[in-house]
Design a protein around this ligand. Structure first.
Ligand SMILES: [Cu+2]
Length: 155
């Protein structure tokens, strides 16, 4: 009798764990993994004209207890993608420049958004269509490659 009630308790626990794992897998499926940084709100603004760069924005959340850094990004059909930082000089003029790495602190969140950090997409062979999706391949120092789908939209 006793062993039967234990085994039914075990099966309830196993079921609960299975549901939790399934939920975690679903939540993580757009980020490419359960460990390392997770990516959310990824979107791409198409280029303003021919030979102009497109820009990509996203939010990186690092739930681990170890710092990581975004080192490089690639997008199919683009010759290069740069990680840019936006700065304002003493006269209030906004400018931007490429950075070689973007630190993501342990337990921290880094937002790439208009007016801040962003990805600059150079040399697109075909223009990005609003309403389509594009794959971003992000390479992190610690977590390795994380692939995420980004929506192409105007803002
Ligand atoms: Cu830029």
């Amino acid at each position: 009798m006793r062993s039967r009630s234990v085994s039914s308790l075990v099966s309830v626990v196993v079921l609960t764990v299975a549901v939790a794992v399934a939920a975690a897998t679903l939540a993580a499926c757009s980020t490419g993994g359960t460990s390392g940084p997770t990516i959310s709100d990824a979107w791409v603004r198409p280029a303003m004209g021919p030979d102009r760069p497109a820009a990509a924005y996203l939010v990186i959340t690092n739930r681990s207890n170890q710092a990581d850094a975004l080192l490089s990004v690639s997008i199919p059909g683009a010759s290069s993608v740069e990680i840019h930082e936006t700065t304002t000089d003493a006269s209030g003029m906004m400018g931007m420049h490429p950075i070689s790495r973007l630190e993501v602190p342990a337990g921290g969140t880094v937002k790439l958004e208009p007016g801040g950090y962003h990805l600059m997409i150079m040399g697109l062979t075909t223009p990005l269509e609003v309403g389509s999706k594009v794959k971003l391949e992000l390479v992190f120092e610690r977590a390795g490659t994380v692939v995420v789908e980004a929506d192409v939209r105007q803002g």
